[in-house]
Design a protein around this ligand. Structure first.
Ligand SMILES: NC(=O)c1ccc[n+]([C@@H]2O[C@H](COP(=O)([O-])OP(=O)(O)OC[C@H]3O[C@@H](n4cnc5c(N)ncnc54)[C@H](OP(=O)(O)O)[C@@H]3O)[C@@H](O)[C@H]2O)c1
Length: 247
């Protein structure tokens, strides 16, 4: 059996990916989000608010003794409010970093700790974004948290490579980690972007144009692309990439 822990399964990319995986009866999905929108015999849900640091720290992965594959997909994310620094609410800054950066970091730590001696294929996928590489006004916390998750992923990858050189490392398989950007996807996140005030966000017209001219990719298309790439993780060359790199 295969086990996929996915955050943010109530809508958007996370929901589409979970539904795609559930088409195969060998796959089990354990979803985490504040709302539940999937009902399937192989789906289990944790109603968790990933801005609550105590809940994140307490989350326990289960030992799956029959597992062939165990994946953690840190997908849940939010832009928070689109406003320039100086006009942001302190509590929103804190919650947004917690959701986008602290939650995936803490879950990755627990995941590696839990499955360290498990002999399955173990993969962590973080949702990267072009916003982690390019400054976008009004998105400071989002850009910084995506840059942070990219570097976090690179460090974990480095640690796993160093560990693989250790003589005792043959006993158990190590972990693979990737931070992959999806491109611009037709989800609620894009709805939120289009609702921003022009005064707070210079690129508002560009994002309205993406929608009007049908440039947004559908979550089902994106999730199929993630699935195809993750079917052969040995073919993924870099920790950081974008779905566009595989076209
Ligand atoms: N859409 C794009 O164009 C785009 C581009 C680049 C990167 N991304 C990244 O892709 C990922 C998914 O984005 P999306 O567009 O699919 O977003 P979305 O449609 O807004 O869905 C976000 C998901 O995250 C969950 N979530 C939000 N706040 C949460 C909280 N406090 N606790 C637990 N779960 C929470 C939501 O569930 P609940 O509300 O039920 O909790 C929902 O399932 C994000 O990491 C995003 O940064 C998206």
């Amino acid at each position: 059996m295969n086990y996929y822990y996915i955050t943010g399964t109530s809508r958007g990319i996370g929901k589409a990916f979970a539904e795609h995986l559930l088409e195969n009866p060998s796959n089990n999905v354990i979803g985490i989000s504040r709302q539940r929108s999937i009902n399937h015999p192989n789906y289990r849900h944790y109603n968790l608010d990933l801005t609550d640091v105590d809940l994140i720290a307490d989350f326990k992965f289960e030992l799956h003794t029959n597992a062939k594959k165990i994946y953690l997909i840190n997908n849940a994310g939010s832009l928070g409010f689109i406003k320039p620094v100086g006009k942001l609410d302190a509590s929103i800054i804190i919650k947004n970093y917690t959701l986008n950066l602290i939650a995936p970091s803490v879950l990755t730590n627990s995941f590696i700790n839990c499955y360290d001696t498990t002999d399955a294929e173990k993969v962590i996928v973080n949702m990267s974004s072009g916003a982690g590489k390019t400054p976008i006004d009004g998105w400071a916390v989002y850009c910084a948290s995506k840059a942070g998750i990219d570097m976090f992923s690179r460090v974990v990858d480095e640690e796993q490579k160093i560990r693989a050189q250790h003589p005792s490392s043959n006993i158990h398989k190590g972990f693979k980690i990737f931070s992959i950007a999806p491109g611009v996807v037709n989800t609620d996140m894009q709805n939120e972007i289009r609702k921003a005030s022009k005064d707070d966000f210079s690129r508002l017209e560009n994002f309205i144009e993406y929608k009007v001219s049908n440039q947004l990719l559908e979550p089902a298309t994106i999730s199929r692309k993630y699935f195809n790439i993750l079917e052969n993780v040995t073919g993924i060359k870099d920790v950081l990439s974008s779905l566009k790199d595989y076209e």
